[in-house]
Design a protein around this ligand. Structure first.
Ligand SMILES: *Cc1c(COP(=O)(O)O)cnc(C)c1O
Length: 391
């Protein structure tokens, strides 16, 4: 199932093409906020180019316009996603916001169609209408009937947060017609899924999760065609939602080990899912491929190259007690770190979505979401098993 096609090589070498000329081995971290401009005519041309969304110009001019350390990460991520370009932001939510601003507000199309479930923050941003948009929530097979002349964006996530629902990207893209589709690829990572190859216009990552991979950097990124990247850069300059160069450095470094980390965590998640499925104190496990009949469109294999490192399950006992009894596994929101994390979506990440919308989108109240880390699987299992029995 795992056809990585040089993915590990690209992950290690991407975005490092200029290092040889610079005579360095590690990418330099450029912390300049401003750059000397002895020739103001040339500097002005550069400023004008950035303002129009250019990916490169003679001088960065000012750090809100461009940063070379961040740009290396962007080139590397675009290579892994198979897109022309990518644009990095201060966080995943800043990236979601920028796509809505570029696709809806700049195009004066203020309607969004969203397939639930989504990451709780994205869901809440769209529900509040904070950005001046109106959102219709639908199932993946209802997108065509929800699209209107003023629809600027279709939003989906697969595997979805938090219940691991699988969505056929090409099927939604067909229904969306001319409307660009944003796929949040945070759970799958570019190692397991490349949404642009299935027609997604925007591929979004919360870099905070697997890309950084060590729980110590906040960032977001959108991979897309050059013509869509330019408006995103314009938005980034205007709103100031820039990624700090140190964050750019850490995300770039994270990419080098991304395939190895995802493959290792995936093996652990698959093993835990199988053991949880057989546990008497577990009602139901959600993990791609575990119940083949749920994947009616055959997403696993054709679109998703692996089962991934995220799983969810409903304990028979109180989920809060299960979480409280754990000793090794970290009870915390976020995911994709070196250590295994667990959280209760109804209490935390999907609290603001509300009980009705959670129920309608297949997120049971007792569901626990687990992000497999890099520990020994038997140690993780002992911890889970004793907590499940205690609850
Ligand atoms: C965490 C997350 C986000 C938001 O990213 P931040 O970096 O926290 O702003 C968006 N989508 C998904 C799927 C996430 O898990």
């Amino acid at each position: 199932m795992s056809s990585l096609d040089g993915m590990r090589t690209r992950a290690v070498h991407g975005g490092r093409q200029d290092l040889g000329d610079l005579g360095v081995h590690a990418p330099p971290i450029d912390l300049s906020t401003t750059y000397p401009i002895p020739d103001h005519a040339l500097g002005g041309e550069a400023l004008g180019a950035w303002a129009e969304g250019a990916a490169d110009a003679a001088s960065p001019v000012y750090a809100r316009l461009h940063n070379p350390t961040v740009a290396r990460f962007e080139r590397a991520l675009a290579e892994l996603e198979g897109t022309d370009d990518s644009v990095a932001f201060a966080s995943g939510m800043a990236a979601v916001t920028a796509v809505v601003q570029a696709a809806c507000l700049m195009a004066d199309k203020r309607h969004v169609v969203a397939v639930r479930p989504l990451y709780g923050g994205t869901d809440h941003l769209l529900v509040t209408g904070l950005l001046g948009t109106e959102t219709s929530y639908v199932r993946a097979d209802e997108v065509a009937s929800a699209v209107r002349p003023d629809t600027g964006l279709v939003v989906l996530e697969t595997p979805a947060n938090p219940n691991l629902d699988l969505v056929d990207i090409a099927g939604v893209v067909r229904q969306a017609g001319d409307v660009p589709v944003l796929v949040d690829n945070t759970f799958a990572t570019p190692v397991l899924q490349n949404p642009a190859a299935h027609g997604a216009a925007y591929v979004l990552h919360s870099g905070t999760k697997y890309l950084g991979g060590h729980g110590d950097v906040l960032g977001g990124v959108v991979a897309c065609a050059a013509r869509l990247a330019a408006p995103l850069r314009q938005v980034r300059i205007l709103t100031g939602a820039v990624l700090h160069p140190l964050g750019g450095y850490l995300l770039h470094r994270g990419l080098a080990t991304l395939p190895l980390r995802v493959e290792a965590a995936q093996r652990t998640a698959a093993e835990l899912a199988a053991r949880l499925e057989a546990h008497p104190a577990v009602l139901r496990v959600r993990y791609p491929g575990l119940n083949r009949e749920e994947d009616v469109r055959g997403v696993l294999g054709a679109q998703l190259r692996g089962t991934g490192a995220m799983l969810a399950f409903e304990p028979a006992g109180d989920p809060n007690i299960v979480v409280g009894k754990l000793g090794l596994i970290t009870p915390a929101v976020s995911l994709g770190s070196v250590d295994t994390l667990i959280e209760h979506p109804a209490a935390l990440t999907h609290r603001l979505v509300g009980p009705e919308a959670r129920q309608a989108s297949g997120v049971p109240e007792s569901l626990l979401r687990l992000s497999a880390g890099l520990e020994d699987v038997d140690d993780l299992w002992s911890d889970l098993d004793q907590a499940l029995r205690a609850a």
